[in-house]
Write a protein that binds this ligand. Sequence first.
Ligand SMILES: Nc1ncnc2c1ncn2[C@@H]1O[C@H](COP(=O)(O)OP(=O)(O)OP(=O)(O)O)[C@@H](O)[C@H]1O
Ligand SMILES: [Mg+2]
Length: 352
Amino acid sequence: MTTASGLETVRATAPAAAGAGAGPVPPSAPGNGIVARGLRKTFADLVAVDRLDLEVRPGEIFGLVGPDGAGKTTTLRLLCGILDPDAGDAEVGGRSVRQDPEGVKALVGYMSQRFSLYGDLTVAENIFFFANLFHVPADERRRREQELLEASRMTPFRDRLARNLSGGMKQKLALTCTLIHRPQILFLDEPTTGVDPVSRRDFWKILYGLVRQGMTLVVSTPYMDEAERCNRLAFMHQGRLLRCASPRELKQDLPGDLVEVAGAPAHELAERLRGLPFVDGLQLFGSRLHVQVARAGESLALIGQALRQAGVQGHTLRQIVPSLEDVFISLVRSPAGGQGFEAGAGKTEGAG
Ligand SMILES: Nc1ncnc2c1ncn2[C@@H]1O[C@H](COP(=O)(O)OP(=O)(O)OP(=O)(O)O)[C@@H](O)[C@H]1O
Ligand SMILES: [Mg+2]
């Protein structure tokens, strides 16, 4: 259902008809886990999600990470049973999104990217609305409301109109409304985009609390610092999954070493180093340049020499530990990943 205020809920969405395509998913998603096999969704001739294989373990925070248009929202909507896949299937908490989308919807909570509250209703009235939508019994509703408001430290704002809440509080209220029917698996689509850093930290504390209670969380984000907070994550680009692993594994798997060059305009540094035989990749990070090389030891000297010969003065060089953004860019540029580009594939706050 989409209300006048753009609000969407899982349960109120019309069931999608089962489509043609792949067979059943292997039964390897115990408990609150998710296994997707060959999920595909097209809109006219645009492939939004392309043969996606994914496993989310029960009780983990799993990140779907990628730039605008990567296919994050479409993937979440497929996994929630809201969108019908063109091909493939996913088992979510033991239920097939293709064969039992209604069963999936009953099991999951979905906080959509444009989740909007009723601004002219109070915090408590918004919660009441969602509790009714999900048929939560009245006594149960009061208990859950109290619990959830306390957990998010929103109790003092119970009677405030939703439109008068800060951005961070709005997101906390949206989360509360999503949790009111006690979902076992929670899908959050960019829940902290546009929220200030302090509120984001608060929001993540709540998410960690939910995982401690045994919930499985799938969170989409374009932010690499947020990706770092996930147990495991899937990098998506142009509808495809580039790689899925823990943040630490992803960084360890980046081939070669990384050298940061600073102290001169980064685009000028890039001009001078592009095409040199010992340079495997270049990435602009604001005023700095990241140079991917086979071995930092010998490359530091070679880079310094190349810059001096080109007349670039006053630069500094150091080997650095790769960030998730470095990993993402490297994957996008790899032959299997997609076409290369130099800047701005992912969003890292404070960089770029
Ligand atoms: N209902 C739709 N009709 C047509 N095209 C769509 C529809 N939904 C998504 N798309 C297209 O599918 C692609 C993936 O979109 P999607 O919303 O899943 O990406 P996203 O990773 O969530 O992006 P963002 O970070 O901007 O939210 C985009 O090219 C988008 O324009
Ligand atoms: Mg989206």
